[in-house]
Every structure is written in structure tokens, then in C-alpha cells.
Write a protein that binds this ligand. Structure first.
Ligand SMILES: C[S@@+](CC[C@H](N)C(=O)[O-])C[C@H]1O[C@@H](n2cnc3c(N)ncnc32)[C@H](O)[C@@H]1O
Length: 251
């Protein structure tokens, strides 16, 4: 059953005003202040982040690659030659294959299979092309997008589905949590249709209360369901990942 956002969802989502302005200021000044301090904080954080530095050294598209690498170092599910779907792929840190450690993730390297595409990636945002990756700039939550993916697969069984999708944040944690849970539910829906028995699903969410209930649901479909937060995921972020291993055969 789909988790419904609270009734305050629309009001908060539509106003977009999440940071109370200092009372004595006019709205414009207060907005400028918030955005200045936010961008300064962001810049400071980027400068001091070892994963950002490492990603730059290795010429990776994003520091996010290290999250998947770490998840795999713990659970060992990635393998060369696998067929993979990468949901919320842009800018491509999880899909790329620059002879980086993440090459094995999506299996473009040395699969021994002459088929052109082994990775099927989707994002709302554009993504620069990557060899072996068929990219769709689409909204994953739309049924037509799923139809497109299934069509592209041409019946190939999928070994791994990863989702690093993050909705645009409202600033209200309970709402953002539910939005991520809804995305996870959509990813599970796709897994039910295309993931091969034994396959793996990795899916990001924000911790917020309903994850244990959803974990129970995931257990109906996978032999093992873990929750894991890689070190590369920032401490101040409530993001975490469901790591679902061994998809069960459909009854
Ligand atoms: C954290 S980023 C992914 C980073 C990527 N794994 C990497 O390491 O380069 C999350 C992405 O999810 C995408 N996204 C969010 N909601 C989506 C949706 N409904 N359909 C497709 N993509 C979505 C966003 O556009 C964003 O690019």
C-alpha cells in the first residue's frame, strides 16, 4: 500500500517557505541571507570533504560513486557483465566506467557479451553519455517511463537495480521521508516486473519512521533485507540504503 503524505503536504510543498525569516528583515534580504549562508556552508563542506577530493583525483562524476562502492564492499553483489538499472543516475557516478572501481558496479567491463547496453539509466536531469549505458531523461514515477525501460531491456533479465533517487527536498523532514519511501516503493514495483530471481535491489531513503514497516514488505520479496549507511554518506544527512539481496521467485 502506498504511503500517503500528511495533509500538510500540499500547503508546505506549495509555499516553499521552510526557513523562518529573522523577524526584523524584509523577505528579500532574508532570502539573500539564507542563500548566502547556505552556499558558504556548502562551499566549505565541499572544500573539506575527502570524498570530493578523491572523486576529483580519480576524475569521477560524483562523490556518490564511493557510496555504492562501499555498499558493495560490504555486501558483494556487483559483478562484471551484469545487467543493471540505475534510477536517479545523473550525473552518472554510479553508471560510469572510467576504469574506476565503480566499473564493476554496472558491469560494462568485460562482460563477454556483445550486446551494446548493459546499463539502463534514468533521471529527470540530463546526463552526459557513457559507453554501454542507455540513458532516459524521464520521470521514473511515470508508468510510461517504466514501459520505456522494459521495452529497452528486450526481455533481458536484470541482475541489479540501484536507486539513488532523491526528490527535491521540501525542508520538512517528515514529508521528505515519505517522498523517498514512495520512490522506494516504485523501485520495488519495477523489481517485481524485471529483476531476475536472486537479483539485488539497492534503494536510497531518508530515515523517518516508516522504513521498518517497508522493510517488512521488502522481506516478502527478498531473502535478506539490510539497512546500511555508507561512510561516504554525510553524517548530517538522514539518508540510508535498503540493500535487498536474493530476490525470491514470484509465487
Ligand atoms: C543523489 S542524485 C544521484 C547521484 C548519482 N547516483 C551519482 O552518484 O552520480 C539523485 C538524482 O535523482 C534524480 N531523481 C529524483 N527523482 C527522480 C524521478 N522521479 N525520476 C528520475 N530521477 C529522479 C534527481 O534528478 C537526481 O539527479
Amino acid at each position: 500500500m502506498r504511503i500517503q503524505p500528511t495533509s500538510s503536504y500540499t500547503a508546505i510543498h506549495c509555499t516553499g517557505a521552510f526557513r523562518p525569516a529573522p523577524p526584523a528583515w524584509g523577505p528579500a534580504l532574508s532570502r539573500a541571507y539564507s542563500s548566502f549562508s547556505d552556499s558558504k556552508r556548502w562551499l566549505d563542506r565541499q572544500r573539506n570533504d575527502p570524498y570530493v577530493k578523491k572523486a576529483q583525483q580519480l576524475n569521477l562524476r560524483s562523490r556518490g560513486a564511493f557510496k555504492l562502492i562501499e555498499i558493495d564492499q560490504k555486501y558483494h553483489f556487483l559483478r562484471s557483465g551484469a545487467v543493471c538499472i540505475d534510477c536517479g543516475a545523473a550525473p552518472g557516478g554510479w553508471s560510469e566506467d572510467p576504469a574506476a572501481p565503480s566499473a564493476a558496479i554496472t558491469g560494462t567491463a568485460g562482460g563477454g557479451d556483445s550486446e551494446k547496453y548493459r546499463i539502463f539509466a534514468m533521471d529527470l536531469l540530463p546526463m552526459a553519455g557513457i559507453d554501454g549505458v542507455q540513458f532516459f531523461q524521464r520521470d521514473f514515477t511515470q508508468p510510461e517511463s517504466i514501459a520505456l525501460l522494459k521495452n529497452a531491456l528486450k526481455g533481458k533479465p536484470v541482475n541489479t537495480i540501484v536507486s539513488d533517487m532523491a526528490p527535491s527536498f521540501s525542508g520538512t523532514h517528515s514529508i521528505d521521508h515519505l517522498r523517498t519511501m514512495n520512490l522506494c516503493e516504485d523501485v520495488l514495483g519495477l523489481a517485481g516486473q524485471v529483476l531476475a530471481p536472486g537479483g539485488t535491489m539497492v534503494c536510497k531513503f531518508l530515515v523517518g519512521g516508516s522504513e521498518q514497516e517497508f522493510r517488512q514488505e521488502l522481506r516478502n520479496h527478498f531473502n535478506k533485507v539490510n539497512i546500511y549507511k555508507p561512510k561516504a554518506s554525510r553524517k548530517e544527512s538522514s539518508e540510508s540504503y535498503f540493500v535487498c539481496l536474493g530476490k525470491k521467485r514470484s509465487p
